[in-house]
Design a protein around this ligand. Structure first.
Ligand code: AMP
Length: 450
């Protein structure tokens, strides 16, 4: 069949529906129930422990991240969303939380506050990662930091809090806490030299990434997932042989505090974490089945970072976890999330007078904490009742011309299919007694809302 050359051009142009960019997604109402619940749990646990919430900007000057995370890390080399603004300033969407918090600590002179300063955040982050299960280009992290004090008990405290949050969310059994120490900066210098010496004549057997890592960030050779690299890493010098007495003691203290708290952990001498700023304690919460691939969070001590970013020498320790991965685990575990989205009452009306009365009634009911929706469009009574059925509400109010004339209103019990006529003025009291005071959704301005 020959095709008319002009056929394509003459077809009505079809506009492609818009879609989210690769690697990002909408958070639809059903998932928001999880986000809200997780935020509540995090807020509760951390507030109880004296932490205060902080939000840093979505974007910062690029060097805030480059300087802190490290030039030779995957994040800085490949994963940052960096752009110039109209005045040519170099900016980056935040790929992780600690750098911004540390920048804020220095910028706002928090060193003057009683130490340690304990801060937490729940924020979106951005990485130009290869999208796959549990790996997105925009993702949410919860994180918390204890800045201004050096003690192994604080490292244990951070791990304890992370574990408590997992417990509250019903997923703590799914994770294995991997623990290691990467020593002090000094320890690491001699260890890195030992690694370079060890790999000197083995470079040809390394994957392409590790060949570069050997020059730029040799510690990362230890956690490469390539099979040959893994075999070589197995025989590589061990960090523990290069630790100073202090670092070793510090590590022993962390472990003994964790034992005291009954928190099980696995020692993993190959755990180094992907970011440059860590020292001494590092840890990750690995999926017990899938391991590092599906870790939900990690953290460690970063005593050198504040000075590196221009502040006074200040020790610190912190943790961050990915909320999308937490949700995936909660769903896998079939953890049910309590939510308040169910509607109590549907209001159906017929006629102009009824509509007027309903507008006011709906507003009043909501003030009392009755979750109410009304069909205020032009649908017939049958259509409105069908809609009430779809919303799965326990009660429907029906106000027609007769009820308006007689000063009454009908309450229909949707489950039983029964109806009763009550005085219009008494309908709110009637509904409250049916729904129950404790189930009302009252807003009191004194209550913390987020
Ligand atoms: P990291 O500091 O890179 O170890 O990240 C801490 C946690 O954030 C990880 O364990 C993940 O749960 C989460 N996370 C990191 N990157 C991503 C991503 N691209 N998509 C979704 N979650 C992520």
């Amino acid at each position: 069949m020959t095709r008319d050359k002009n056929q394509k051009a003459s077809l009505p142009s079809k506009i492609k529906p818009f879609q989210t960019p690769k690697g990002v997604h909408d958070i639809l109402p059903y998932d928001h129930e999880y986000y809200t619940y997780i935020k509540k749990v995090v807020r509760h646990r951390l507030r109880q422990a004296g932490f205060k919430r902080i939000s840093t900007p979505i974007f910062e000057y690029t060097n805030v991240f480059a300087r802190s995370i490290g030039d030779a890390t995957d994040i800085v080399e490949k994963e940052m969303y960096t752009f110039e603004d109209k005045k040519g300033r170099n900016l980056t969407l935040k790929p992780e939380g600690t750098a911004g918090v540390v920048r804020a600590y220095i910028e706002h002179g928090m060193k003057q506050l009683p130490q340690p300063v304990e801060l937490y955040y729940i924020e979106p982050h951005f990485r130009y990662d290869r999208p796959q299960k549990g790996r997105y280009r925009q993702f949410w992290q919860l994180g918390f930091e204890i800045i201004g004090e050096l003690d192994a008990a604080l490292d244990a405290q951070v791990i304890l809090l992370a574990n408590k949050i997992n417990e509250d969310l019903g997923i703590e059994k799914l994770f294995d806490i991997q623990l290691n120490t990467i020593g002090s900066l000094e320890d690491r210098k001699s260890y890195i030299q030992a690694l370079k010496d060890y790999y000197y004549d083995k470079e040809r057997s390394l994957c392409e990434h590790c060949k570069v890592r050997l020059q730029k960030n040799p510690l990362r050779l230890l956690d490469c997932k390539n099979e040959d690299c893994m075999i070589l890493a197995e025989l590589a010098p061990k960090m523990t042989d290069y630790l100073s007495k202090e670092s070793l003691e510090y590590y022993e203290d962390v472990k003994s505090y964790l034992n005291e708290l009954d928190i099980p952990f696995t020692e993993n001498p190959k755990l180094v974490r992907g970011l440059d700023y860590y020292s001494n304690t590092v840890f990750e919460f690995w999926d017990a089945k899938e391991g590092a691939q599906n870790a939900i969070g990690g953290g460690g001590r970063y005593d050198g970072l504040i000075e590196k970013m221009g502040g006074l020498p200040t020790p610190a320790v912190g943790y961050a976890a990915g909320i999308e991965r937490i949700i995936a685990h909660m769903k896998r575990e079939k953890v049910r999330v309590p939510h308040k989205d169910n509607i109590h009452v549907f209001v159906a009306q017929l006629g102009k007078e009824a509509k007027k009365k309903c507008l006011k009634l709906i507003d009043e009911m909501r003030e009392y904490g009755i979750r109410t929706i009304g069909a205020l469009g032009k649908g017939s009574m049958r259509q409105q009742l069908k809609l009430a059925d779809k919303f799965n509400v326990p009660y429907t109010l029906i106000l027609g011309i007769t009820e308006v004339r007689e000063g009454t209103i009908i309450i229909r019990n949707m489950e039983k299919g029964t109806q009763e006529i009550v005085k219009f003025d008494q309908v709110i009291d009637e509904l409250i007694s049916k729904i129950g005071e404790k189930n009302l959704d009252k807003y009191s301005p004194g209550e913390l809302l987020y």
